[in-house]
Each structure stands twice: as C-alpha cells, then as structure tokens.
Design a protein around this ligand. Structure first.
Ligand SMILES: [Zn+2]
Ligand SMILES: [Zn+2]
Ligand SMILES: [Zn+2]
Length: 136
C-alpha cells in the first residue's frame, strides 16, 4: 500500500524524491499551514534550499497552496482533494493574532469577484484576522 504523501505526488504527477516525500509528509502531519522556517525546524537534517525547491515544485503542481497572512512569512498548506488552485477553488484563511497560527477555512470559498473587462485574476489573498478557538 502506498502512503498518502506518495499517493498525492503520483496523482499530481510529481517525481517522488526523498526530500519531496519528507516535506509533504511534514505538511500532512501538521494540519495547519507551515512556513519554510517551521518546516526547516521540523526537518533538521534537510537543507533549506531543497525544502524551498520542493515547496516551489509543489506550488507549481498544485500539491500545496501558499498563504500570505500578513505575518511576513509565507505559509504552505496541502491542497484539499480536487483543488486545482483555480479562482473557484480558493478559500479564505484565518490568522490568529495571538498564537500566529493560520487556518484554511475550506468551507468558505472566496466570492466571485467581478473584474473589469480583460482583467485576469491570478491570485487572491483573503485573510480574516482574529483569535482562534484556543486563544479566544
Ligand atoms: Zn490548490
Ligand atoms: Zn490562536
Ligand atoms: Zn488554505
């Protein structure tokens, strides 16, 4: 039986190198979005640039999506099944101002934005800030 990380890489057509499996496994284990620094801390024997390259590949192949939550650190979360990172697949995120955790609000897709003619959306950064259930 294939483990989950390998299975996801296979579905998304990403070559399952050892580093990629480690990084993806780490993200799957930590349900909340993680920054490069978090991952680096968690995978002590893996160098920063290989982790970074893996994340870039994951982003291109839509294995993960990145979140700019205003903390100054980009965070990465595994995409839900069926996500193609298209505008209709995007969701809101929640940033806790006390514990600095970011949450994917998968039940809250972003609204369809009416753009002027010939404008094309590339990404949306929808972040709600407040206190999470552990901090409120
Ligand atoms: Zn996605
Ligand atoms: Zn919190
Ligand atoms: Zn998310």
């Amino acid at each position: 039986m294939m483990e989950k990380a390998e299975e996801i890489l296979k579905i998304k057509d990403v070559n399952p190198t050892a580093v990629r499996i480690l990084v993806l496994r780490y993200l799957l284990e930590h349900l909340k979005p993680q920054s490069l620094k978090d991952i680096e801390k968690g995978l002590m024997h893996t160098d920063r640039s290989s982790i970074f390259r893996s994340l870039k590949t994951f982003e291109e192949k839509k294995v993960v999506h990145s979140i700019e939550d205003g903390s100054g650190m980009i965070k990465y979360a595994v995409c839900p099944t069926g996500c193609n990172c298209d505008p209709q697949d995007l969701h809101y995120h929640f940033y806790c101002t006390k514990c600095s955790y970011t949450y994917c609000l998968l039940d809250n897709p972003i609204p369809i934005i009416k753009l002027p003619q010939n404008f094309k959306m590339q990404r949306a950064n929808m972040v709600v800030k407040g206190l999470c259930n552990k901090c409120s």
